[in-house]
Design a protein around this ligand. Sequence first.
Ligand code: ASP
Length: 408
Amino acid sequence: MENKHRLNLGLQILIALVLGIVAGILLQGKGEFTSTFLQPVGTIYINLLKFMVVPVVLFSIIEGTISLGDIRRVGSIGWKTFVYYMSTTAVAVIIGIAFATLFQGFFPVLQTSGLTYEAKTANFMEVIVAMFPKNILEPLLKADMLPLILTALLIGLGILLSGDAGQRVGESVKDIYAVIMKMMELVIRLTPIGVFCLMTNVVAVNGASIVSSLGIVLGVAYLAYITHIVVVYGFSVHLFSKMGLLTFLRGMAPAMTTAFTTSSSNATLPLTIRCSNELGADPSISSFVLPLGATINMDGTAIYMGVTSLFIASCYGVHLSVAQLVSIVLTAVLASIGTAGVAGGGMIMLAMVLTSVNLPVEGIALIAGIDRLFDMGRTTLNITGDATAALAVSNWDRKAGAKKSQKK
Ligand code: ASP
C-alpha cells in the first residue's frame, strides 16, 4: 500500500512538471497572468515547506543524535559525513572548471562596462562566527540553518549525557518527531500542485529569449551537473550502496523534481528524507546527515561557481592561471558551505569566489537574469548529493556494526 502510494506520488509530481512546462510554453508572453494567479499558489506551497523546515531540522537532528546512542558514534558519523561532503564538492568544482575550460571558446563575450552588482557576501571567518548563536530562539525564528544545526546538536548531546533525565526527554523528542513527520506527509501530498504552478510560471516568465545568449553557459553548467550525477553519484551508490544509478534516481525523483521547481534544498528537505529512507538509508543516520547536507553540501552550487567564474573571467578578458583555478576550487568549496539552501543563495556567495581571484563582483550582473535557471539544476544536484551520503554513511555504519558483532 505504502509502495503504491509512493509510486503514485512520484509519478504525479513528474506529470505535474511536464504539464507545467507545456502550460508555461502555451502561456509564453502571459507572464503577468502566471505571476498573478499561479505563482501565489506555488508560494503557498513553498511557505508550507519552509514552515516545516525549522521543526524538521531541529527535531530530526536531536532525534538523530539521540538515536546514534553515544557521543563517539556521533563523532564518527559526523566526520565521515563531513569528509564525504567536502570531497564530492571539490570534485564538483573541478568538473565545472573542466567543462567551462573545454567550452570557453564558445562562450559569448558580453559587455562589462557599466555593470553594477551590490555584493552582500561575508568572508569565511564571519560565516564561521555566525554559526554560533548567542540566543537559543534566534536561529529558530530566523530559520538560520547553521546555528540551528548547532543548537540541535548541542541539545541532542545534552540529552545523551543526562542519564535518566535525558532518556525521559529523549522519549518525548521521539514522539514529537513522529508527529512532525506526519505533518510533513500532509504537506508533501501537495507537491504536484506546487510543482505545476511554479513550473508554469518559470517557463512563462523566463521564455526563450532570456536564455538566448547565455544558453551555451547554461548548457555547459547542465552538462557538468549531469556528468557529476552519472560519474560521482553513480560511482558512490554503486560502490557504497550496491545500487544501480537508475534505481537510485527513480527513488529520488520526487525529491529531485521538488528541488528543481522550488530551487531550495531547505524546502525540499522533507522529501529528501523520505526518499532516502525509502531507498534504504538508516533513518537515525539520515535524520542527522540530510539536514546537515541541505546546509553545507552543495555540489551543484560548486559546479555553478566553477562555470560562471570562468565565464565572467572570459567576459573581462582575464586569463586565469593554474594557481587561480586552485584558489577557485578551494573558495568554492568554502563558499558552498556558507551558501544558504534557499533560492538564489549560491549567487550571493559567488562574490566570495570572484573576489578570491580578483575578478570584479559586478560580473555577477551578467548572469543574474537567468540565475533561477542555473539554480533549478544546482539545487537538484545539491539534494541528490546529500542522499548519496545518507546511503553511503548508513552502509558504512551497518558494516562497522556487523564487524563489531562478529568480533564479540
Ligand atoms: N538554491 C540552492 C539550494 O537551495 C543554493 C544555491 O543557490 O546555490 O541548494
